[in-house]
Design a binder for this molecule. Structure first.
Ligand code: GRF
Length: 213
């Protein structure tokens, strides 16, 4: 049966749109039951509504993180979703939220984790002179950007490349690997157990997708 899932966003929502497209063309056996944004002005929210997806704004508004997390969890559960994809969600999740959704919570991060946890990854990669960069889908654990990786998109940094150009190339990879990972989860091929990502019941290193073209 198609997996109902929620997507949490704060901004543009291009990954949310890539996931939605993949539910439509059969790469994900699932459906987006709810889009949650913590920002009323998020462009992704308007896109979601334009597509007729159920969408909710749950702003922080002076609440503590745990109270906000409970509101988000409750809204997701009410929607019938049993799985959450974080897609550019800019709030750090509280421990209770992570525990409640452990094993049913994926995130996409714009670096080759464990390299460059946190923000401004493209800039930091360029400043370090790294030759490779990319993005990672991982299960979420309490420690930020530290959960087991499921799949990575990888590319070669071009000499003299601008941050904006690098970021756009990484995003194109994000739009490939995130639907792939959620598709695996929906098919029951991917699970989280004791801190590890299991694929077909066995631990394995993250799958790698190289940039083409
Ligand atoms: C992506 O680069 C993702 O890796 C990061 O936030 C960005 C979200 O972009 N977590 P979008 O809102 O999906 O366009």
């Amino acid at each position: 049966m198609a997996l109902p899932f929620a997507v949490l966003i704060s901004g543009r929502g291009s990954n949310m749109l890539a996931l939605e497209q993949a539910t439509r063309d059969g790469r994900i056996d699932g459906r987006i039951a709810l889009v949650v944004s913590d920002r009323a002005g998020a462009a992704g929210l308007a896109s979601a509504r334009g597509l007729g997806l159920p969408a909710a704004v749950i702003e922080l508004r002076g609440m503590d993180r745990a109270a906000h997390g409970r509101l988000v969890s409750d809204a997701v559960e009410k929607s019938g979703a049993g799985f959450i994809a974080l897609a550019g969600y800019m709030r750090i999740l509280d421990a209770a939220f992570v525990r409640r959704w452990q094993g049913r919570l994926l995130n996409i991060h714009p670096s080759l984790l464990p390299l460059y946890r946190g923000l401004h990854t493209h800039r930091r990669v360029l400043e370090s002179g790294d030759r490779q960069h990319g993005c990672t889908v991982h299960f979420v654990v309490e420690e930020l950007d530290a959960g087991p990786a499921v799949i990575q998109g990888r590319l070669a940094v071009r000499p003299g490349e601008a941050e904006s150009a690098l970021s756009a190339r990484v995003q194109r990879l994000e739009h490939i690997i995130y639907p792939q990972a959620v598709g695996w989860f929906a098919d029951g091929r991917l699970e989280y157990k004791d801190g590890a990502a299991l694929f077909d019941g066995r631990p394995r290193p993250p799958a790698i997708v190289e940039e083409t073209g």
